[in-house]
Design a protein around this ligand. Sequence first.
Ligand code: HEC
Length: 176
Amino acid sequence: MRLPIALAAACMLSACQPPSTSGPPLESAPATVAPASGTDAGLIAHGEYIVRIGGCNDCHTADYMPRGGDVPKDAWLTGSPLGYHGPWGTTYATNLRLTVDGLSETEWLDYTGKLHTRPIMPDFVLRQMREADRRAIYHFIRSLGRAGEPSRPALPPGETPPPPYFQLVEPVAATE
Ligand code: HEC
């Protein structure tokens, strides 16, 4: 399914509130395990760069956008409870720390090279990304270690999700 270019996003509850300084610190994610072996610092640093500029945290890290990226790395990519509700149902950005933990490098490269998901994940970005960059992402995420809980399961079309969620609606063109 193609995402409409013009999306009207309706804010539900905390999704669009200004960054909060109260509440539990994001560092409170469960403890991490040791980095994967066989990686080098340059590869991991490159993976971090791709993750930063590739926008993965924007969705896969809770509160990354409202905090302007000011989220400790410990909490990066552990998924988000913010739903994306549209004609495809409701999807949640997954916990990539767990995804990567369950895959070998070869499995990750095969998986992400052919990735097809529902919106709002830009799966085409991963399909078009050079293998070397996807490999670097893998090793960067592995270096962060396993953390967090699995994301909420996606909901089918027509089911209203619990907040917080973004509602994505394609405006109907005016007829005159
Ligand atoms: C605009 C929000 C958004 C951005 C940006 C984004 N994702 Fe996702 N991603 C999602 C959502 C939502 C899903 C769940 C899709 C579904 O349920 O079908 C997802 C699913 C995935 C999946 C498949 C599920 C899994 O854990 O195996 C992978 C892999 C993934 N994203 C990796 C990435 C990487 C790497 C980046 C950065 C290059 C990225 N995503 C950027 C929102 C996003």
